[in-house]
Design a protein around this ligand. Structure first.
Ligand code: GYE
Length: 327
Protein backbone atom coordinates (compact mmCIF):
# COMPACT_ATOMS: atom_id res chain seq x y z
CA UNK A 1 0.00 0.00 0.00
CA UNK A 2 2.83 2.39 0.90
CA UNK A 3 4.17 1.96 -2.58
CA UNK A 4 0.85 2.83 -4.17
CA UNK A 5 0.67 5.95 -2.06
CA UNK A 6 4.19 6.92 -3.12
CA UNK A 7 3.47 6.19 -6.73
CA UNK A 8 0.24 8.15 -6.75
CA UNK A 9 2.10 11.20 -5.61
CA UNK A 10 4.80 10.89 -8.28
CA UNK A 11 3.16 13.60 -10.34
CA UNK A 12 0.10 15.80 -10.39
CA UNK A 13 -1.12 13.99 -13.48
CA UNK A 14 -0.96 10.60 -11.85
CA UNK A 15 -2.71 11.93 -8.81
CA UNK A 16 -5.55 13.25 -10.92
CA UNK A 17 -5.91 9.92 -12.65
CA UNK A 18 -5.90 7.98 -9.39
CA UNK A 19 -8.62 10.31 -8.17
CA UNK A 20 -10.68 9.74 -11.31
CA UNK A 21 -10.64 6.00 -10.99
CA UNK A 22 -11.62 6.22 -7.36
CA UNK A 23 -8.41 4.41 -6.41
CA UNK A 24 -6.34 5.14 -3.32
CA UNK A 25 -4.37 8.34 -3.39
CA UNK A 26 -2.26 10.48 -1.10
CA UNK A 27 -0.36 13.72 -1.26
CA UNK A 28 2.96 12.62 0.16
CA UNK A 29 5.85 10.37 -0.76
CA UNK A 30 7.67 9.57 -3.97
CA UNK A 31 8.44 6.45 -5.92
CA UNK A 32 7.75 4.11 -8.80
CA UNK A 33 4.67 2.09 -9.55
CA UNK A 34 4.79 -1.06 -7.40
CA UNK A 35 6.50 -4.02 -9.01
CA UNK A 36 4.15 -6.84 -9.94
CA UNK A 37 5.96 -9.27 -7.65
CA UNK A 38 5.29 -6.99 -4.68
CA UNK A 39 1.56 -6.74 -5.24
CA UNK A 40 -0.92 -8.55 -3.05
CA UNK A 41 -4.57 -8.90 -4.03
CA UNK A 42 -7.24 -10.24 -1.69
CA UNK A 43 -10.10 -12.06 -3.40
CA UNK A 44 -13.32 -13.14 -1.71
CA UNK A 45 -15.18 -15.74 -3.75
CA UNK A 46 -18.90 -16.53 -3.36
CA UNK A 47 -18.45 -20.26 -2.80
CA UNK A 48 -18.26 -23.46 -4.81
CA UNK A 49 -21.95 -23.79 -5.64
CA UNK A 50 -21.78 -24.54 -9.35
CA UNK A 51 -19.69 -25.59 -12.33
CA UNK A 52 -19.58 -21.91 -13.30
CA UNK A 53 -18.08 -21.00 -9.93
CA UNK A 54 -15.46 -23.75 -10.13
CA UNK A 55 -14.39 -22.51 -13.58
CA UNK A 56 -14.34 -18.91 -12.38
CA UNK A 57 -12.13 -19.72 -9.38
CA UNK A 58 -9.74 -21.72 -11.52
CA UNK A 59 -9.50 -19.01 -14.15
CA UNK A 60 -8.87 -16.21 -11.63
CA UNK A 61 -6.21 -18.18 -9.74
CA UNK A 62 -4.47 -19.16 -12.99
CA UNK A 63 -4.49 -15.57 -14.32
CA UNK A 64 -2.88 -14.16 -11.17
CA UNK A 65 -0.32 -16.92 -11.08
CA UNK A 66 0.59 -16.25 -14.69
CA UNK A 67 0.89 -12.52 -13.98
CA UNK A 68 3.14 -13.23 -10.99
CA UNK A 69 0.79 -11.42 -8.60
CA UNK A 70 0.11 -12.89 -5.17
CA UNK A 71 -3.59 -13.70 -4.71
CA UNK A 72 -5.02 -14.32 -1.28
CA UNK A 73 -8.17 -16.36 -1.83
CA UNK A 74 -11.10 -17.10 0.44
CA UNK A 75 -14.30 -19.07 -0.17
CA UNK A 76 -17.36 -17.58 1.58
CA UNK A 77 -19.53 -20.68 1.23
CA UNK A 78 -22.40 -18.53 -0.06
CA UNK A 79 -22.52 -16.49 3.16
CA UNK A 80 -22.32 -12.70 3.18
CA UNK A 81 -20.97 -12.62 6.76
CA UNK A 82 -17.99 -14.71 5.64
CA UNK A 83 -17.30 -12.30 2.80
CA UNK A 84 -17.45 -9.31 5.12
CA UNK A 85 -15.00 -11.06 7.47
CA UNK A 86 -12.64 -11.85 4.60
CA UNK A 87 -12.74 -8.26 3.32
CA UNK A 88 -12.04 -6.90 6.81
CA UNK A 89 -9.11 -9.26 7.14
CA UNK A 90 -7.72 -8.11 3.78
CA UNK A 91 -8.05 -4.50 4.95
CA UNK A 92 -6.18 -5.37 8.13
CA UNK A 93 -3.44 -7.10 6.17
CA UNK A 94 -3.08 -3.99 4.00
CA UNK A 95 -3.41 -5.72 0.64
CA UNK A 96 -3.00 -3.52 -2.45
CA UNK A 97 -6.36 -4.29 -4.03
CA UNK A 98 -9.47 -6.17 -2.88
CA UNK A 99 -11.60 -7.98 -5.44
CA UNK A 100 -14.80 -9.83 -4.65
CA UNK A 101 -17.90 -11.36 -6.11
CA UNK A 102 -20.72 -10.30 -3.78
CA UNK A 103 -23.04 -13.18 -2.91
CA UNK A 104 -26.02 -10.82 -2.56
CA UNK A 105 -26.55 -7.27 -3.83
CA UNK A 106 -27.26 -5.33 -0.66
CA UNK A 107 -25.58 -4.67 2.66
CA UNK A 108 -22.06 -3.76 1.55
CA UNK A 109 -21.83 -0.04 2.24
CA UNK A 110 -20.19 -0.26 5.67
CA UNK A 111 -17.39 -2.64 4.75
CA UNK A 112 -16.78 -0.93 1.40
CA UNK A 113 -16.46 2.37 3.26
CA UNK A 114 -13.89 0.76 5.54
CA UNK A 115 -11.84 -0.28 2.50
CA UNK A 116 -12.13 3.20 1.02
CA UNK A 117 -11.04 4.81 4.28
CA UNK A 118 -8.01 2.48 4.28
CA UNK A 119 -7.24 3.64 0.70
CA UNK A 120 -7.62 0.12 -0.69
CA UNK A 121 -9.32 0.07 -4.08
CA UNK A 122 -12.11 -2.52 -4.50
CA UNK A 123 -12.99 -4.25 -7.77
CA UNK A 124 -16.31 -6.08 -8.12
CA UNK A 125 -16.19 -9.19 -10.28
CA UNK A 126 -19.10 -11.20 -11.65
CA UNK A 127 -21.86 -9.81 -9.38
CA UNK A 128 -22.71 -6.23 -8.50
CA UNK A 129 -23.80 -4.43 -5.33
CA UNK A 130 -26.72 -2.02 -5.02
CA UNK A 131 -24.75 0.69 -3.16
CA UNK A 132 -25.89 4.16 -4.17
CA UNK A 133 -22.34 5.45 -3.66
CA UNK A 134 -20.46 4.10 -6.68
CA UNK A 135 -17.20 5.66 -5.47
CA UNK A 136 -16.99 2.69 -3.05
CA UNK A 137 -15.55 0.55 -5.85
CA UNK A 138 -13.37 1.31 -8.87
CA UNK A 139 -14.89 -1.06 -11.40
CA UNK A 140 -17.47 -3.79 -11.93
CA UNK A 141 -16.40 -6.56 -14.29
CA UNK A 142 -19.04 -9.09 -15.29
CA UNK A 143 -22.04 -10.06 -17.38
CA UNK A 144 -25.27 -8.22 -18.07
CA UNK A 145 -27.68 -10.56 -16.29
CA UNK A 146 -30.82 -8.71 -17.41
CA UNK A 147 -29.71 -9.22 -20.98
CA UNK A 148 -29.21 -12.94 -20.29
CA UNK A 149 -32.76 -13.22 -18.93
CA UNK A 150 -34.05 -11.45 -22.03
CA UNK A 151 -32.21 -13.85 -24.32
CA UNK A 152 -33.83 -16.79 -22.51
CA UNK A 153 -37.23 -15.11 -22.84
CA UNK A 154 -36.73 -14.44 -26.54
CA UNK A 155 -35.94 -18.07 -27.20
CA UNK A 156 -39.08 -19.10 -25.28
CA UNK A 157 -41.32 -16.78 -27.30
CA UNK A 158 -39.96 -18.23 -30.55
CA UNK A 159 -40.02 -21.85 -29.38
CA UNK A 160 -43.64 -21.57 -28.22
CA UNK A 161 -44.81 -19.23 -31.00
CA UNK A 162 -47.64 -21.59 -31.98
CA UNK A 163 -48.73 -22.63 -28.48
CA UNK A 164 -51.89 -21.23 -26.88
CA UNK A 165 -50.85 -21.58 -23.26
CA UNK A 166 -47.42 -22.20 -21.75
CA UNK A 167 -46.89 -23.17 -18.12
CA UNK A 168 -43.48 -22.29 -16.76
CA UNK A 169 -41.54 -23.19 -13.63
CA UNK A 170 -38.69 -20.81 -12.79
CA UNK A 171 -35.74 -22.09 -10.75
CA UNK A 172 -34.24 -18.98 -9.22
CA UNK A 173 -30.63 -18.48 -8.21
CA UNK A 174 -29.55 -17.44 -4.72
CA UNK A 175 -32.17 -15.12 -3.23
CA UNK A 176 -30.98 -11.52 -3.27
CA UNK A 177 -28.11 -12.17 -5.67
CA UNK A 178 -27.69 -9.95 -8.72
CA UNK A 179 -27.97 -12.81 -11.25
CA UNK A 180 -31.18 -14.16 -9.64
CA UNK A 181 -32.80 -10.72 -9.53
CA UNK A 182 -31.71 -9.66 -13.01
CA UNK A 183 -32.29 -12.94 -14.84
CA UNK A 184 -35.84 -13.03 -13.48
CA UNK A 185 -36.36 -9.41 -14.51
CA UNK A 186 -35.03 -9.79 -18.06
CA UNK A 187 -37.08 -12.95 -18.64
CA UNK A 188 -40.29 -11.36 -17.27
CA UNK A 189 -39.70 -8.27 -19.43
CA UNK A 190 -39.86 -10.39 -22.57
CA UNK A 191 -42.54 -12.99 -21.80
CA UNK A 192 -44.65 -10.69 -19.62
CA UNK A 193 -46.26 -8.93 -22.55
CA UNK A 194 -47.99 -12.13 -23.70
CA UNK A 195 -50.62 -13.52 -21.29
CA UNK A 196 -50.31 -17.03 -22.73
CA UNK A 197 -47.11 -17.43 -20.70
CA UNK A 198 -47.81 -18.26 -17.09
CA UNK A 199 -45.09 -18.72 -14.48
CA UNK A 200 -46.93 -21.26 -12.30
CA UNK A 201 -44.15 -21.49 -9.72
CA UNK A 202 -40.87 -19.72 -9.02
CA UNK A 203 -38.54 -20.86 -6.26
CA UNK A 204 -34.88 -20.70 -5.38
CA UNK A 205 -32.59 -23.66 -5.91
CA UNK A 206 -29.62 -21.59 -4.69
CA UNK A 207 -27.70 -22.15 -7.95
CA UNK A 208 -26.92 -25.76 -6.94
CA UNK A 209 -27.68 -29.05 -8.64
CA UNK A 210 -29.22 -30.56 -5.50
CA UNK A 211 -31.34 -27.42 -5.00
CA UNK A 212 -32.62 -27.62 -8.59
CA UNK A 213 -33.46 -31.29 -8.14
CA UNK A 214 -35.31 -30.88 -4.85
CA UNK A 215 -37.34 -27.88 -5.94
CA UNK A 216 -38.29 -29.51 -9.26
CA UNK A 217 -39.31 -32.74 -7.52
CA UNK A 218 -41.67 -30.83 -5.23
CA UNK A 219 -43.01 -28.50 -7.91
CA UNK A 220 -43.69 -31.27 -10.42
CA UNK A 221 -46.10 -32.82 -7.94
CA UNK A 222 -48.31 -29.74 -7.90
CA UNK A 223 -47.68 -28.83 -11.58
CA UNK A 224 -47.40 -32.09 -13.52
CA UNK A 225 -48.51 -30.41 -16.76
CA UNK A 226 -45.71 -27.84 -16.87
CA UNK A 227 -44.31 -27.10 -20.36
CA UNK A 228 -41.03 -25.39 -19.57
CA UNK A 229 -38.43 -24.95 -16.88
CA UNK A 230 -36.37 -21.78 -16.89
CA UNK A 231 -33.37 -22.34 -14.61
CA UNK A 232 -31.12 -19.42 -13.70
CA UNK A 233 -28.09 -21.67 -14.15
CA UNK A 234 -27.03 -24.96 -15.74
CA UNK A 235 -26.55 -26.77 -12.45
CA UNK A 236 -30.16 -26.25 -11.36
CA UNK A 237 -31.24 -27.32 -14.85
CA UNK A 238 -29.16 -30.49 -14.47
CA UNK A 239 -30.85 -31.15 -11.12
CA UNK A 240 -34.23 -30.60 -12.78
CA UNK A 241 -33.33 -33.20 -15.43
CA UNK A 242 -32.81 -35.79 -12.68
CA UNK A 243 -36.16 -34.94 -11.09
CA UNK A 244 -37.99 -35.06 -14.45
CA UNK A 245 -36.47 -38.44 -15.31
CA UNK A 246 -37.33 -39.77 -11.84
CA UNK A 247 -40.94 -38.73 -12.50
CA UNK A 248 -40.93 -40.89 -15.65
CA UNK A 249 -40.86 -37.95 -18.06
CA UNK A 250 -38.38 -37.03 -20.80
CA UNK A 251 -36.44 -33.79 -20.22
CA UNK A 252 -36.12 -31.66 -23.35
CA UNK A 253 -39.23 -33.29 -24.86
CA UNK A 254 -42.09 -33.56 -22.32
CA UNK A 255 -40.73 -30.59 -20.44
CA UNK A 256 -38.44 -28.17 -22.23
CA UNK A 257 -35.54 -26.59 -20.38
CA UNK A 258 -33.70 -23.32 -20.87
CA UNK A 259 -30.74 -22.41 -18.65
CA UNK A 260 -27.92 -19.87 -18.28
CA UNK A 261 -24.10 -20.44 -18.11
CA UNK A 262 -23.02 -22.95 -20.80
CA UNK A 263 -20.54 -24.88 -18.64
CA UNK A 264 -19.41 -28.26 -19.98
CA UNK A 265 -21.99 -30.40 -18.15
CA UNK A 266 -24.76 -28.09 -19.29
CA UNK A 267 -23.49 -28.11 -22.87
CA UNK A 268 -23.32 -31.91 -22.79
CA UNK A 269 -26.95 -32.10 -21.66
CA UNK A 270 -27.85 -29.62 -24.41
CA UNK A 271 -26.01 -31.71 -27.01
CA UNK A 272 -27.82 -34.80 -25.66
CA UNK A 273 -31.20 -33.13 -26.15
CA UNK A 274 -32.06 -32.91 -22.44
CA UNK A 275 -31.73 -29.13 -22.32
CA UNK A 276 -33.20 -27.11 -25.21
CA UNK A 277 -31.32 -23.80 -25.10
CA UNK A 278 -28.52 -22.20 -23.07
CA UNK A 279 -27.66 -18.54 -22.68
CA UNK A 280 -23.93 -18.22 -22.17
CA UNK A 281 -22.44 -16.50 -19.11
CA UNK A 282 -18.65 -16.54 -19.19
CA UNK A 283 -16.74 -17.33 -15.97
CA UNK A 284 -13.41 -16.47 -17.61
CA UNK A 285 -12.83 -13.16 -15.87
CA UNK A 286 -9.26 -13.74 -14.63
CA UNK A 287 -7.23 -11.96 -17.33
CA UNK A 288 -9.46 -8.89 -17.32
CA UNK A 289 -9.34 -8.74 -13.53
CA UNK A 290 -5.52 -8.81 -13.61
CA UNK A 291 -5.56 -5.97 -16.15
CA UNK A 292 -7.85 -3.88 -13.95
CA UNK A 293 -5.64 -4.50 -10.90
CA UNK A 294 -2.50 -3.52 -12.82
CA UNK A 295 -4.13 -0.32 -14.06
CA UNK A 296 -5.48 0.64 -10.65
CA UNK A 297 -2.14 0.28 -8.90
CA UNK A 298 -0.41 2.18 -11.72
CA UNK A 299 -2.83 5.04 -11.10
CA UNK A 300 -4.40 4.68 -14.53
CA UNK A 301 -8.06 5.25 -15.14
CA UNK A 302 -10.21 2.12 -15.36
CA UNK A 303 -13.62 1.66 -16.92
CA UNK A 304 -16.26 1.74 -14.18
CA UNK A 305 -18.23 -1.03 -15.93
CA UNK A 306 -16.78 -3.78 -18.12
CA UNK A 307 -19.41 -6.07 -19.64
CA UNK A 308 -18.48 -9.64 -20.55
CA UNK A 309 -19.20 -10.70 -24.12
CA UNK A 310 -21.33 -13.80 -24.51
CA UNK A 311 -23.50 -15.76 -26.89
CA UNK A 312 -26.30 -18.38 -26.84
CA UNK A 313 -26.38 -22.07 -27.83
CA UNK A 314 -28.94 -24.30 -29.51
CA UNK A 315 -28.59 -28.09 -29.37
CA UNK A 316 -26.84 -28.16 -32.76
CA UNK A 317 -24.45 -25.39 -31.75
CA UNK A 318 -23.61 -27.23 -28.52
CA UNK A 319 -22.58 -30.34 -30.44
CA UNK A 320 -20.22 -28.20 -32.51
CA UNK A 321 -18.84 -26.16 -29.61
CA UNK A 322 -18.33 -28.97 -27.08
CA UNK A 323 -14.97 -30.33 -28.24
CA UNK A 324 -13.30 -26.92 -27.78
CA UNK A 325 -15.16 -25.84 -24.68
CA UNK A 326 -12.68 -24.63 -22.04
CA UNK A 327 -14.93 -24.99 -19.01
O1 GYE B 1 -24.54 -18.13 -13.33
C1 GYE B 1 -24.09 -19.45 -11.41
C2 GYE B 1 -23.22 -19.18 -10.24
O2 GYE B 1 -22.81 -15.13 -10.53
C3 GYE B 1 -22.87 -15.43 -12.86
O3 GYE B 1 -23.32 -17.79 -10.06
C4 GYE B 1 -22.72 -16.06 -11.54
C5 GYE B 1 -23.68 -17.19 -11.26
C6 GYE B 1 -23.67 -18.32 -12.27
O4 GYE B 1 -23.47 -19.93 -9.16
O5 GYE B 1 -23.85 -20.72 -11.95
Amino acid sequence: MKKIIGMAAAGAMLLALAGCSGGGGSTSGEGEAPATEDLIVGFSQVGAESGWRAANTKDIQAAFEEAGIELKFSDAQQKQENQIKAIRSYIQQGVDVIAFSPVVESGWDTVLKEAKDADIPVVLTDRSVDSADTSLYVSFLGSDFVEEGKKAGEWVTEEFADADAVKIIQLEGTTGSAPAIDRAEGFADVIGSDPKFEVVASQTGDFTRSGGKQVTEALLKSNPDVDLIYAHNDDMGLGAIEAIEAAGLTPGVDIKIVTVDAVKDGMQALADGKINFIVECSPLLGKQLVEIVEKVVAGEEVEPRIVTEETTFTQEQAIEALPDRQY
